[in-house]
Design a protein around this ligand. Structure first.
Ligand code: PMP
Length: 293
């Protein structure tokens, strides 16, 4: 599903066939989840294939490595160029790109000694999430910021995401909404959240969330469209039954939510500010002009 016999990846300094790339069983990343990664999308635009917010994603990858004491010295422009080359070699336009930084063999609980960059990509032309998702407040909390560097995108953090997402699915929902240690709304297993009341958007403040690049893009779209938006801490009861709500993330893009804990969001999606943000986002990612927002 992710690759075939011909798919090329960038692996340890070379473009190689995905099927020929081996994984080191003694690597620190495999044993301890001690890796950093990104999720990026490229789109077909009027002026060719464009990687959306490549700079922001690669800056975050470098920052994640730094926060985890993983040595990693590729520059943002090297990473961007390699990614365009990977897309071209595979003939991909609309794709999901997964850069992954793993560490060399080391069974001890010490910082990474040497790191390896892998760049994987697969074709992806429409989002994986259905609109109108039914979500539930999860019993699984987000990782405690005193235990993890939650603003870094680290492999091991996603064990928490898997637990929460699978639990929600087992209970008949589409996704989980995780709270922080104080019971405030944080985010889903792999996306940020906004809700709308009387034309204003609200989203959890930083602290226990991965501050998403799409979340930042939503702020920028709101400022363009004069939609008021507030970053604040709030409990699930404050957003239950609100006018509308959505998840946002690189993979999810902007996905409208149907209900939280079976309490529906009340406004017709088409009449919400959230829908305007969704339309603006869809336009922006396919725009051939590299705009600042
Ligand atoms: N939160 C989590 C836990 C995520 O995995 C993601 C996806 N990277 C996001 C939020 C959204 O981040 P972005 O908009 O940068 O994709």
């Amino acid at each position: 599903m992710y690759y075939d016999n011909e798919t090329l990846i960038y692996f340890k300094g070379n473009f190689v066939k995905a099927k020929d790339a081996g994984m080191d069983l003694y690597g620190q990343s495999l044993h301890y989840g001690y890796s950093v990664f990104e999720g990026i999308k490229s789109y077909n635009t009027d002026s060719g294939t464009r990687i959306f917010k490549a700079k922001e994603h690669y800056e975050r990858l470098k920052r994640s490595a730094e926060l985890m004491y993983i040595p990693f010295d590729y520059s943002v422009s090297e990473l961007t160029d390699l990614t365009y080359e990977l897309l071209e070699r595979n003939g991909f336009t609309d794709a999901y790109i997964r850069p992954l930084v793993t560490c060399s063999p080391n069974m001890s609980l010490s910082k990474g000694k040497e790191s390896y960059l892998s760049l994987l990509a697969w074709e992806w032309s429409n989002g994986y999430l259905a609109d109108k998702m039914k979500i539930m407040t999860s019993g699984f909390q987000r990782p405690n910021p005193n235990a993890f560097k939650v603003e870094a995108k680290v492999g091991g953090h996603y064990v928490n995401s898997i637990l929460a997402c699978q639990d929600a699915k087992d209970k008949g929902y589409d996704e989980a909404l995780l709270l922080d240690e104080y019971g405030n709304v944080a985010e889903s297993s792999g996306a940020n959240i906004f809700y709308e009341k009387n034309g204003t958007l609200f989203t959890p403040a930083k602290g226990s969330i991965l501050p998403g690049i799409t979340r930042q893009t939503v702020f920028e779209i709101c400022s363009e469209l004069n939609i008021p938006v507030k970053e604040t801490f709030f409990k699930p009861e404050e957003m239950r039954g609100a006018d509308a709500a959505f998840f946002c993330g690189t993979a999810a893009e902007i996905v409208g939510l149907d209900s939280l804990d079976n309490v529906p969001f009340t406004k017709n999606w088409k009449d919400t500010a959230s829908e305007k943000v969704q339309q603006a986002y869809l336009k922006l990612v396919r725009s051939s002009v590299v705009v600042n927002i």
